[in-house]
Design a protein. Structure first.
Lengths: 810, 336, 197
């Protein structure tokens, strides 16, 4: 979230799209109901289904799954053509005025630089035109046909209301009504917040849908303001924290990235990431990258990391493929290229697409280690559960280890919520039986591996035997020790320019501004620096006071970065540093105090006056929000609508007859998986998977209370489709894709209605996913038997939200 | 407030309640249906707090689970897809459960002394120790709320978390409600809140928004804000004008001693039945003679239980595990 | 059906019990009403502050356990409800959070390390040492056999691609941090968490 849960109450309009906020995050949704009641706000939800969010929404539209960019692209065009944008904001706080290189182009649905054989783009032309001074060229009039504003306008001119309607299935009058409501937040004193979740991410164009939403918010001037923002309502309790800590194939902690094999030179690795300002005088905070990187290396390797050995740059693994994401890994696993796999609190048999392929892949492993509090399907992938898991154990040679772990009630530690708050928790009971905390399992396992290397030697033991491991009980690192480590400390006395000591050796650091690139500081995750300082554990703070009445409780827990609660909050003030409106006052420039003050910690240098001209988007080299995603996306600087890889519609209506532009040309798909896609004539129904409010993924089917309130697997179909196939509510149906089938009870509902797509009627099928073959709820089929092995171009997130099936009476 | 002084009515009892401490404020739960997302947090919190676990059932083709109130599900969400004549679809979701009537039909109908009590704060509570499982409370209830457990043949329903309220806390369902659609406070304050909510709904175009606090049962301590108060039946059959069954009302005038004597006789018949047939399940008992029962009144409930004939009031016998004796043909009167 | 009444119950039913209850019913000897129908169950419970483990709203929870934390007592969680001080949740919990107790005490909780041998159709309980020693051996053998120091272009890559790791985004930052530290320094690159899906 750029903003936070309580801040939703400051919104004047709430757009819940690409998510079912009431069902997936009911307690976060309380702030939607607060905004409706106390801020006279309106809730609009746009979803393929009439959900429980829809039950309390003031306005809603039903959209064909996977067509959100069409709706948002049309909205962008509508805002520009009707001149309903926040002019001062767009001119100053976005890249609208920057001029783009002449060789950037877009033709027949493909951006310049496409390599069809590699299914990827060379992004060289996706860049601003640089002036003689080395900075991006600018056109204040916004009239230059190559300026971003005009390119946006041209790109989305194709997204007319009729075109949007024919792609999305939303009637033109509904589109018009909702666009007008959204456009009304272009004024300075009204904001819209956008709430999304997996309904946007789980598409082959997922990242670009979110980009489109960000563009809308920039045009409306809703970023950085209370009640604004683009807010990811994230899934797991610490999915934000694990992302922050970089537990992804290409990352290091704090959104730093691993080098690829071509980056053999340390200085070049740093230079590429330490982005210098492309507009004069801008902050471009990533220019400090080396300070964060060296502090991590000192945290991991201690004295072994020196300037002379490039801080052990060589020890870090380098990437040889573009990514080792889970789709790539299971593709390799299915070909027998992996021997071992660890699943720590993860249930891939249920969570990864094309379950048959996942079973094949796991069966080819030599060893599988599952660490979990619960008896997961993955840990028993080899066991026959009849039609729910029809395998022959004698044919599966994988040795499987199952290690019992603590749950939340049994360990201390911090987790990061969607609003980036690090909240500390305490154990309330000992774990059952011999279950152990993950920290101890990893600690003890590492001790054993290290001992093997010390005893026997082995291949490249350097990072293993030299890894800093100064925990009081080496096999049981404590949460407090680890939290202090990722916060970071001074390794030597730190001094200012005059040589005065500003921080003594071994003191915890109060913030990442004190990190250095000369090896004098250590920090395991720079964005978390400040969470455990000399003042103690700030994550455990419990002061919920809200002195400005904005819902900003700075004394509750601790938020990264630097306890800032709304990102880019400098944008809540105009160029002169004044609030856009009295009701949106959040932080502002105080000329008396010569600093930024207000309800939040400024996400900005506190003493940089407005006259200096530094812009709010401090992480971007331009200092402004990107309407044109120069370099940051792999599949185009502007979001473009492409059809889901399995779609009931045979062509991309924006590019009829252009087969290359039917689906996202840079999305992740392997040849074998393309062959497993179904044809619309065989699988005519648009399917989408989702979660229900009564359950959490595959966990709560193990909790009796939740099993009671939603006991058995079902699918939702409309009355028309039910009549077509001759079923009534409560009958069993079989849902079939080209990869597998499930059987479930039919919920026949008025809430799913057929849509007219062009001249074709399309039925949606809703497939909740919470059941499996373990747990106390009724046994069910893992729904990923149905889903395609296709991923988003930027994140490789599987396309669980849009595929095709055929529904039959069972 | 449920200490003995504050019981203002007690089933099948003529002794007047203590009345000195009468300054207890009436409480109420307000359910704003327009804010309800049907998440069932209230159902789960209710079961968790009250140590109940209903059966893991089946999907019947709707979101309603458990499908109906049971002795272990004291509240359920009822989902209605309502399509207006112009094709507008509304998904109406109502939390169903005891309304805690000011004039509780269940208490009026109950023949077991002390099995149903009403506190001065308005909570109508069941004391299972005294329940005889006759099912008259169900007949007496205009909302069809109480349910007899097949496990112990006793009647159960929402207590408005009288244990929590007594400790100064809100009921479990209220506390957990994510969207603030369930609120709790004094009845006066809740009515004021409800008025405000109705005003907001009217301003948003719900001309018929209103408060559901039906006069036919003297008002309730669980109230609804409805967007369509003109047609409460739309919300899964919420009765427009609930009243205690005239059959129950007819017994109200009959003098208590006569009634009680009849019950005494039938109770004796019941004992014979009990001794010859035995209970279906071992009733709750103190472990041995050396330990006095926690509630001395508990015996009466057990003794009388076997005589009840649910058929006499058209009550579905399958809900009760005990069979009948002819002597118990007479529904009792209440003492209110 | 056998007469399923104890002698004690019989006398109570047939004698004094009936008499007293009948009298009570007739209104002659009202019983004292109970002070409370159900005892308030949190009195003297230990209260521990925690955060809901499900979604990332991060609702505050209060965990109530039996036992006051004394040395000779083992805590046992028996009730969980919302933390009213929490600025986001203000005491409320969704149906998942409200049911957390049944996750903590789920029948599906694992209690002992187990191994399923190749081709077997059952689990075998083992000690932690047996399990971890064997896993450590697998790690070392596979890593030593397949670790790549230089690729075919002669570039230093120092990675190990034949074993992968999925981390848990339901676990704490501290678990995540130590997991990252260990996994990366073994040279693993096939490393992801739920954020990928």
């Amino acid at each position: 979230m750029t903003n936070h849960w309580v801040d939703i109450r400051n919104a004047n309009l709430i757009l819940s799209m690409g998510g079912n906020s009431a069902e997936a995050h009911p307690v976060g949704f309380r702030w939607v109901t607060e905004a409706i009641e106390h801020n006279n706000a309106e809730l609009i939800t746009i979803d393929p289904r009439f959900t429980r969010t829809g039950a309390v929404a003031q306005d809603k539209a039903f959209i064909r799954t996977g067509t959100d960019i069409a709706f948002l692209g049309g909205l962008i065009s509508f805002l520009i053509e009707t001149d309903q944008i926040q002019h001062e904001y767009v001119l100053n706080y976005t890249d609208a005025a920057l001029v783009v290189r002449a060789d950037f182009g877009f033709e027949d649905g493909i951006f310049s630089g496409y390599d069809e054989s590699a299914r990827s783009y060379d992004k060289q032309s996706w860049m601003y035109e640089m002036g003689d001074d080395g900075f991006a060229r600018r056109d204040e009039s916004l009239q230059n046909p190559r300026c971003v504003y005009q390119l946006v306008r041209e790109h989305y001119a194709r997204y007319t209301p009729d075109m949007v309607s024919s792609i999305t299935g939303i009637p033109v009058d509904t589109i018009d009504r909702i666009w007008r409501k959204i456009a009304a937040t272009a004024v300075p004193d009204r904001t819209m917040t956008i709430l999304y979740a997996l309904g946007w991410t789980q598409h082959s164009i997922g990242s670009q849908i979110i980009r489109a939403a960000a563009m809308v918010q920039l045009l409306l001037g809703n970023m950085g303001l209370p009640g604004g923002g683009v807010n990811a309502l994230r899934g797991h309790s610490n999915i934000q924290g694990l992302t922050d800590l970089g537990l992804l194939s290409q990352l290091l902690p704090g959104y730093m990235s691993l080098a690829n094999a071509k980056e053999q030179d340390y200085a070049a690795y740093i230079d590429k990431r330490a982005k210098q300002p492309t507009v004069e005088g801008q902050i471009s905070y990533w220019q400090h990258y080396e300070k964060f990187h060296v502090s991590l290396m000192k945290s991991w390797y201690g004295d072994a990391a020196t300037e002379g050995n490039d801080w052990c740059y060589e020890w870090l693994p380098k990437l040889e493929r573009p990514l080792y994401d889970v789709l790539d890994t299971f593709e390799r696993m299915s070909k027998g290229e992996l021997n071992g796999y660890f699943c720590q609190g993860f249930n891939p048999l249920a969570s990864f697409p094309d379950r048959a392929k996942v079973t094949r892949a796991l069966s080819s492993l030599k060893y599988l280690v599952v660490m979990d509090p619960l008896n997961t399907e993955t840990s028993e992938f080899w066991k026959n559960y009849g039609e729910y898991n029809d395998v022959d154990p004698s044919q599966i040679d994988t040795e499987v280890f199952r290690l019992p772990t603590c749950c939340f009630a049994e360990d201390d530690g911090s987790i990061v919520n969607s609003a980036r708050w690090l909240q500390w928790h305490w154990a309330a009971q000992p774990p059952p039986g011999e279950a152990r905390p993950d920290t101890r399992i990893m600690g003890e396992l590492f001790m054993k591996v290290r001992q093997l290397y010390l005893d026997e030697g082995g291949v490249f033991p350097d990072p293993i035997v030299n890894l800093t491991w100064d925990y009081r009980i080496p096999s049981e690192p404590k949460a407090e020790e680890l939290a202090r480590e990722f916060n970071g400390r001074a390794l030597e006395d730190l001094t200012d320019e005059e040589g005065n000591v500003t921080r003594r050796a071994n003191e915890q650091l109060p913030g990442f501004a004190e990190l250095t690139a000369d090896g004098k500081t250590a920090a395991g995750c720079w964005i978390f620096t400040g969470c455990w300082t000399e003042d103690g554990n700030l994550m455990a703070r419990r002061d919920n006071s809200d002195p400005y009445g904005t819902g900003n409780t700075l004394g509750w827990a601790w938020a990264w970065p630097m306890n800032r609660r709304v990102l880019y909050n400098r944008a809540s003030a105009d160029v002169q540093g004044r609030p856009w409106g009295p009701n949106k006052a959040f932080i502002w420039w105080s000329s008396e105090q010569s600093r930024w003050i207000g309800a939040d910690v400024p996400d900005f240098p506190v003493q940089s006056p407005p006259s200096r001209g530094q812009m709010p988007f401090i992480m971007q080299p331009e200092g402004v929000g990107h309407l044109f995603a120069a370099q940051s996306m792999v599949d185009g600087p502007f979001p473009e609508h492409y059809e889901p890889f399995e779609s009931p519609v045979p062509q991309n209506l924006l590019h009829p007859g252009k087969e290359r532009a039917r689906n996202n040309p840079a999305a992740r798909i392997f040849d074998g998986d393309r062959a497993a896609l179904g044809r619309p004539e065989d699988f005519p129904h648009a399917a989408t998977t989702y979660r229900l409010t009564e359950h959490f993924h595959y966990w709560t089917k193990h909790a009796e209370l939740n099993a009671i309130v939603q006991p058995q697997q079902f699918v939702e179909i409309g009355e028309g489709l039910a009549a077509d196939i001759g079923v009534v509510a409560g009958d069993w149906v079989k849902v079939i894709s080209n990869r597998g089938f499930i059987k479930a009870v039919a919920v026949v509902t008025k809430r799913m209605r057929p849509m007219m797509i062009g001249d074709k009627q399309v039925h949606h099928v809703g497939i909740p996913l919470h059941w499996g073959f373990t747990g106390v709820a009724k046994k069910g089929y893992l729904v990923n038997a149905l889903t395609p092995f296709v991923g988003d171009a930027n994140t490789q997130t599987p396309e669980y939200k849009s595929f095709t099936v055929r529904v039959e009476k069972a | 407030m449920n200490n003995s002084q504050n019981i203002i009515a007690r089933s099948a009892t003529t002794t007047p309640p203590p009345q000195v401490r009468n300054d207890v404020e009436e409480v109420a739960k307000l359910i704003d249906v327009s804010k309800c997302i049907g998440c069932k947090a209230c159902q789960v919190a209710c079961m968790e707090w009250n140590d109940l676990r209903d059966d893991v059932g089946d999907c019947h083709g709707t979101y309603d689970n458990p499908r109906d109130l049971t002795a272990e599900s004291w509240t359920v969400m009822r989902f209605t897809e309502y399509e207006s004549s112009d094709g507008d679809l509304e998904w109406l979701i109502r939390k169903d459960g005891c309304m805690h009537c000011a004039e509780p039909g269940c208490l009026t109908a109950c023949p077991a002394p002390g099995a149903i009590v009403q506190y001065a704060n308005g909570i109508v509570d069941f004391d299972s120790n005294h329940c005889i499982g006759c099912g008259y409370c169900i007949t007496g209830c205009p909302f069809d709320i109480p349910r007899i457990s097949p496990k112990d043949n006793k009647s159960y329903k929402c207590t408005l978390c009288s244990d929590r309220v007594n400790a100064g806390m809100e009921p479990a369902c209220v506390k957990t409600c994510p969207t603030n659609c369930i609120e709790f406070g004094s009845k006066k304050d809740m009515l004021a809140r409800a008025e405000k909510r109705v005003g907001d709904l009217k301003a948003r175009g719900f001309r018929d928004a209103g408060i559901y606090d039906p006069a036919g049962v003297g008002g309730t301590h669980v109230m609804y804000v409805l967007h369509h108060a003109d047609d409460p039946n739309r919300y899964a059959g919420l009765p427009k004008d609930p009243r205690i069954s005239p059959l129950v009302g007819a017994w109200k005038g009959i003098t208590k001693p006569i009634m009680s004597a009849i019950i005494g006789i039938t109770a004796f018949a019941g004992v014979i039945h009990y001794v010859t047939k035995g209970p279906k399940e071992e009733p709750e008992e103190a472990p041995d003679d050396a330990t006095p029962p926690a509630n001395r009144g508990g015996d009466a409930g057990h003794d009388a239980s076997s005589g009840a004939d649910p058929h006499s009031l058209g009550y579905d016998a399958t809900r009760s595990s005990r069979s009948s004796s002819d002597a118990q043909r007479h529904p009792p009167g209440g003492d209110r | 059906m056998a007469i399923n009444v104890t002698r004690r119950q019989f006398f109570k039913l047939g004698g004094a019990g009936l008499a007293s209850s009948s009298l009570a019913m007739m209104g002659f000897a009202p019983e004292p009403a109970e002070a409370s129908i159900r005892q308030f169950k949190l009195t003297h419970a230990k209260e521990t502050r925690n955060t809901c483990t499900y979604c990332s709203v991060g609702c505050g929870i209060l965990i109530y356990s039996n036992g006051d934390g004394a040395r000779n007592v083992e805590q046992n969680v028996f009730h969980i409800e919302g933390d009213p001080d929490h600025p986001v949740s203000r005491g409320s919990l969704c149906p998942k959070g409200a049911g957390l107790l049944d996750f903590v005490h789920s029948k599906g909780r694992l209690e002992y390390p187990q191994i399923r041998a190749a081709g077997s159709d059952q689990w075998q309980r083992v000690t932690w040492d047996e399990a971890l020693n064997r896993i450590a051996r697998h790690i070392k053998d596979d890593r030593d056999a397949n670790f790549v120091q230089r690729n075919s272009q002669g570039e230093t890559v120092n990675h190990w691609t034949t074993t992968g790791f999925l981390a848990a985004s339901g676990s704490s930052n501290e678990a995540g941090y130590i997991t990252h530290k260990v996994v990366r320094n073994l040279g693993m690159v096939a490393f992801d968490n739920q954020a990928r899906v």
